[in-house]
Design a protein around this ligand. Structure first.
Ligand code: SF4
Ligand code: SF4
Length: 110
């Protein structure tokens, strides 16, 4: 098989019966998150993504879907440089989002 240098993500289902409280907390804390159009510009410019498998778009999208597995560990890779916030076409404050996500995951033991 040809190695293209990337992998296709495994398929997963979204459980709509999950507890939406953490998402509500995030939307109340980082109001700009509601404007995200999942374009991926944040990931394309991310400093951490250049050296690791860190993917900020994947993280906030899976959190939005109620999938919390390994998010807290992944978020440790973010260097809080703020480049993602500068390039986001929708004005999402991603640096603040990472800080808030870390706090919310910890508060909810996720
Ligand atoms: S750059 Fe902004 S709009 Fe695009 S995926 Fe990232 S947060 Fe969402
Ligand atoms: S603040 Fe974190 S998520 Fe944003 S570009 Fe820097 S390392 Fe990536």
């Amino acid at each position: 098989m040809i190695d293209f240098g990337f992998q296709i993500n495994c398929g997963h289902s979204i459980n709509l019966d999950i507890d939406r409280f953490p998402l509500k907390q995030l939307e109340e804390t980082v109001g700009s998150f509601r404007k995200c159009i999942r374009c991926g510009t944040c990931t394309a410019t991310c400093s951490a993504a250049q050296f690791t498998d860190f993917n900020i778009r994947k993280i906030h999208t899976t959190f939005y879907s109620g999938i919390y597995d390994e998010l807290a560990d992944s978020l440790k890779q973010c260097m809080l440089c703020g480049k993602c916030t500068l390039v986001c076409p929708r004005g999402v404050n991603l640096r603040f989002l990472v800080i808030s996500l870390r706090k919310i995951l910890k508060e909810n033991n996720l």
